[in-house]
Design a protein. Structure first.
Length: 659
């Protein structure tokens, strides 16, 4: 069997299903009958440069899957199986893997690096394979011995994977020091191979958690930071991107050590954002987002009081960089991709810049407002849609963080303009405007808001615009649903007395129901957004609109019944059916809870109790855990709202069936 393994591995990748099945069965039989021989054969296949690349690659993949699994129980089984192998067998396999690192075939080296790391994750914690790190470092050569670039690249890749797989406490500090030395030497600008520099930079990313002691040493930290910053200027964009990823990780892991380097870091991140390719620029922006995250966390932990002895230093890097950082981020906002499908939410530089700007606003509060508002005012009416969209995005991004007294006057002025912008000729502008309105309602609207931006005077106009705009394209309509959601949420304490939304309640509910039935709603997030918004509107409703809520019951029941009669011809059909059933069960649960909370409206639930229970029981025939969970929650709400049951004998009929 071992001699035939090459052909079997190739057959296992055949387009012919019969040939493939026979090969897979042969591999399984070989593994079950002679595990040691099976693993040795695979390692030799991977190591043999005369074998086809496809068979070598699959051999390595099967080896890797023989060592690790996602499920904990299966993983433990594989670990125990490996540890129980004869030491001579393991040595033979590891020798073949180490030999493969010098292969001229990139896929073979890459796969071998992964397998070595998986074995290291098993053996190093057990005190086995103590020579691994030393043997890998020997591959890097030295001042007297020059090793091939492809061997150094594969070795650095392996070291990176080992650091990713192994806990920091497993390696001795001497080993960590040696690894970091090899890695930063591989990153050095004097290294002529970009592949080596890339592998080294990726390895450093995985090794940063091991470098706690090294970052405590000023000289070692300076050297690491210098090499990383130099790598961000590499002629190879892959290396530049990987170097910025290292900076992002350093910003999160070693915030307290960054002060001496921030001026240089700002210079290189600014250059990347303005001039570099998008993948590199994205990571440069992400560095500042990571610093924002750290400073926001520190503020939250110490509640803004840093007068005492804080264990965590708070350098206010964002506040210090604000005059230059905000203009840099604002410049990214016009880097939109016109062809990009907004419904998919694909990440680009404009979105990254706006997200970072939002974090900046949370980190510095009021200080961001005077730096952003002139940009908004200058661009919001320009002929170029990119400028209008960027201005709106900038405004929406800073609404969380600054104080209400600072924002409320600006929002009151801007609100009418935003409502007019919902009729903009450009879809991107409308999408971002609807999102911004949702942010206004989320952060500046509610019973406890000192400076309310929504009043009895402007509410009719707001709802007129929203209910008209919900008919727009799916991505715009989805954001409008979000705006209505937060608008409704701001009135949740109006229970008892009529809500300001009550006169518009029927129109809102009707518009949301129509939206759920749109033909284009099922291919986007729109249907889910509409149903979630309907839930919120029902949840905050008051007694004066209970009749309308009651009228929803048969409507939603009919929709749920319709899903049970849907034609399901494919897995995609099944998924859509399950998603819709879960949403409808969720709506019924909210309605039941709302009407069942009052003795004056509970009768409506009792009236429809049998029909609802029958529908829920039929839903259980569908194979979806999510649907079952939503149906059970609705049944629980029904039982709680109606007492023991919806009528005498109901529990005896139904509850045993669902138990």
């Amino acid at each position: 069997m071992a001699q035939e393994v090459t052909q079997i591995l190739l057959n296992a990748q055949s387009a012919d299903g019969v040939v493939r099945k026979v090969a897979e069965d042969s591999l399984k039989q070989f593994q079950e009958q002679n595990l040691a021989g099976f693993l040795i054969a695979l390692s030799h296949e991977l190591a043999n440069n005369e074998k086809p690349p496809d068979s070598r690659k699959l051999a390595g993949l099967i080896l890797k899957n023989s060592l690790d699994a996602k499920e904990t129980a299966r993983k433990q089984e594989l670990v125990s199986r490996w540890l129980s192998l004869d030491p001579a067998v393991k040595t033979q396999i590891k020798s073949a893997l180490s030999q493969t690192l010098d292969s001229v075939v990139p896929d073979a080296r890459h796969t071998s690096a992964q397998v070595i790391a998986k074995i290291a994750a098993i053996e190093l914690p057990q005190g086995e394979w103590p020579e691994l790190v030393g043997s890998l470092l020997a591959n890097m050569g030295g001042s007297q011995v020059e090793k091939p670039a492809h061997l150094k690249q594969a070795t650095l890749e392996t070291l990176g994977y080992v650091c990713e797989e192994v806990s920091a406490e497993i390696l001795a500090q001497e080993q960590v020091n040696a690894i970091l030395t090899a890695v930063v030497q591989g990153m050095n600008a004097s290294e002529t191979s970009n592949d080596v520099r890339l592998a080294a930079t990726n390895a450093l990313y995985n090794a940063l958690d091991f470098a706690q002691t090294n970052f405590e040493n000023d000289m070692e930290r300076d050297y690491i930071m210098r090499v990383v910053c130099e790598a961000t200027l590499s002629p190879d964009s892959r290396v530049r991107q990987a170097a910025f990823e290292c900076l992002v990780s350093i910003g999160s892991t070693y915030y307290e050590k960054l002060a001496p380097y921030m001026q240089d870091v700002f210079a290189i991140t600014s250059k990347a954002v303005k001039e570099d390719e998008e993948p590199v620029a994205l990571q440069a922006v992400e560095f500042w987002s990571s610093i924002c995250d750290e400073e926001i966390e520190i503020q939250e932990e110490y509640s803004g009081d840093f007068t005492g002895d804080s264990e965590v230093p708070y350098f206010q890097f964002i506040k210090q960089a604000l005059p230059a950082l905000v203009p840099m981020l604002l410049e990214t906002l016009t880097k939109q991709d016109e062809e990009q499908d907004q419904e998919e939410g694909a990440w680009n530089l404009a979105m990254a810049g706006g997200t970072c700007l939002g974090l900046v606003a949370r980190a510095v509060g009021d200080d961001v407002v005077p730096l952003v508002m002139p940009y908004v005012q200058e661009n919001v009416s320009k002929p170029d849609w990119r400028c209008r969209e960027a201005a709106t995005y900038a405004f929406g991004s800073i609404l969380e963080g600054p104080s209400l007294p600072k924002l409320a006057p600006l929002v009151n002025v801007a609100l009418n303009f935003m409502l007019s912008a919902m009729k903009d000729e450009n879809n991107h502008v409308k999408d971002t405007t609807a999102w911004t309105l949702g942010r206004i309602f989320e952060f500046l609207h509610g019973p406890n808001v000192q400076f309310p931006v929504i009043t009895q005077e402007n509410l009719p106009m707001i709802l007129t615009v929203l209910l008209e705009s919900i008919k727009d394209s799916p991505n715009v309509a989805e954001k409008v649903c979000g705006a209505i959601y937060f608008l409704a949420q701001g009135y949740e304490e109006s229970t008892g007395a009529p809500s300001p939304l009550s006169p518009f309640f029927h129109s809102i509910v009707q518009a949301l129901l129509v939206t759920t039935d749109r033909e284009d709603a099922g291919d986007s997030r729109l249907r889910t957004a509409a149903y979630e918004t309907l839930n919120e509107v029902v949840r905050i409703s008051t007694e004066d609109t209970a009749t309308i809520v009651m009228q929803l019951v048969p409507v939603i029941m009919q929709k749920l019944n319709h899903t049970l009669e849907m034609s399901v011809l494919s897995a995609d059909d099944r998924e859509k059916q399950s998603e819709l059933q879960a949403l409808l069960c969720g709506v019924l649960q909210v309605i039941i809870q709302k009407l069942g909370a009052s003795d004056t409206t509970k009768f409506g639930i009792v009236q429809y109790g049998d029909q609802m229970m029958s529908l829920f029981l039929r839903v259980f025939s569908c194979r979806s855990a999510t649907v079952h969970e939503e149906a059970m929650l609705a049944i629980g709400a029904l039982a709680y709202s109606t007492g023991v049951c919806c009528h005498s004998g109901c529990s005896r009929r139904y509850l045993p069936l669902i138990g």
